[in-house]
Design a protein around this ligand. Structure first.
Ligand code: NAD
Ligand code: ZN
Ligand code: ZN
Length: 346
């Protein structure tokens, strides 16, 4: 079968022909129908040797939807032909966190050579993907694979980040979303659907602000020298109750902390490498809280799929055949993808 493999750090991934896996034990073989291309795939491809614990080569693709195609002799909980979406964070499967479906925060994370499907283990940029157990699959229902694949990371990660902030985001509160790409446009929709707060959006691209508007943001503005002042005025003057930073560079972290209301929280999701210095006394607002959400727990994948099935979420996608993955990667690199690029086996 065709697969997009990372074979060397810092080199473009390669189209390869690999053997179609055969499920053993509790494993499930999934025929891939769609796989999202995440900005994290670029961070992985570009990583310096030794920066990530993964062994090469492996097949990329951590945002996957398809149909169960074959079951190992001990697999249960899924039927052949059933449409499914992958729960991508694979932990050790044995610790307390994994036992309750919080594999994204596995206690043995530091001892594993992977973070999940397509992240150190063979993922979904292929015709088939082997899943360790049916507990890593959620029913996709009647949604198309192109819609459900991005829910498994862009949707789940955004949902998990918003879930942690929800108590602070009642009527009259303000949330700021920085970076309206694959994750950010879903974060805007999830804030709209699950909170009563005002939603302000920031990006460096006009077309991303148009996407924020279509996603239900109350206001969008370009990243400029006066952005903090503009956001403060639009937010009613007091500052933001929560900022979701889907970029994470020094520039966006400065904006995020600069527009925060006392007692507010910044959730840094983007892996832009920016740093924050915490000191007391210092410039951070009193009561400042910071979170670093990573992906999301399994029960929240079912919740975000249910939200999409209710009609509250619409993933904006650009479809590419799997054979055109290099072009999709190049477009994402140049900031030319609107919403989420989705690869479909051809
Ligand atoms: P994306 O490329 O689809 O979207 C990023 C958006 O940010 C784009 O619209 C871009 O124009 C905008 N942007 C870039 N620089 C900006 C700046 N200085 N100010 C404002 N906007 C700016 O990326 P994505 O797939 O949505 O991923 C976003 C980030 O989140 C990446 O760093 C990715 O690695 C990370 N990520 C983290 C997790 C996690 O679990 N923590 C999960 C998935 C992705
Ligand atoms: Zn991702
Ligand atoms: Zn674990």
């Amino acid at each position: 079968m065709r697969a997009l493999r990372l074979t060397a750090w810092g080199e473009p991934p390669e189209q390869a022909d690999v053997e179609r896996p055969v499920p053993r034990g509790a494993q499930v073989l999934v025929r891939v129908e769609a796989t999202g291309l995440c900005h994290s795939d670029l961070h992985v491809i570009d990583a310096a040797p030794g920066a990530l614990p993964y062994r090469l080569p492996f097949t990329l693709g951590h945002e996957v939807a398809g149909r169960a195609a074959a079951l190992g002799p001990d697999a249960d909980g899924v039927a052949v032909g059933e449409p499914v979406v992958l729960y991508g964070p694979w932990g050790c499967g044995a610790c307390g966190r994994c036992a309750v479906g919080w594999d994204n925060y596995c206690d043995r994370r530091d001892t594993l050579r992977w973070h999940g499907a397509g992240l150190g283990r063979d993922g979904g940029m292929a015709e088939y993907v082997l899943v360790p157990s049916a507990r890593h699959l959620a029913p996709a229902g009647d949604l198309t694979a192109e819609q459900t694949a991005p829910l498994s990371d862009a949707g789940l990660t955004s949902y998990h980040a918003v879930a942690g902030l929800r108590p602070a985001l009642g009527e009259g509160a303000t949330a700021v979303v920085i970076g309206i790409g694959g994750l950010g446009h879903l974060a805007v929709q999830i804030l709209r659907a699950t909170t009563a707060c005002r939603v302000l959006a920031v990006d460096v691209r006009e077309d991303a602000l148009a996407l924020a508007d279509r996603s239900g943001a109350d206001f969008g503005t370009l990243m400029r020298a006066d952005t903090a002042g503009v956001l403060r005025t639009r937010g009613g003057g007091a500052g933001a109750d929560a900022v979701l930073d889907f970029v994470g560079t020094p520039e966006t972290l400065e904006l995020a902390t600069g527009i925060l209301r006392p007692g507010g929280e910044v959730a840094v999701v983007g892996s832009g490498g920016g740093r924050l210095t915490v000191s007391k006394p210092g410039v951070l607002p009193p009561g400042f809280r910071l979170s670093l959400p990573f992906w999301g727990p399994r029960p929240q994948l079912a919740e975000v799929v249910a939200l999409a099935r209710s009609g509250a979420l619409r993933v904006e996608t650009e479809r590419f055949p799997l054979s055109a993955a290099p072009e999709a990667i190049e477009r994402l690199r140049r900031g030319r993808v609107r919403g989420r690029a989705v690869l479909v086996p051809d």
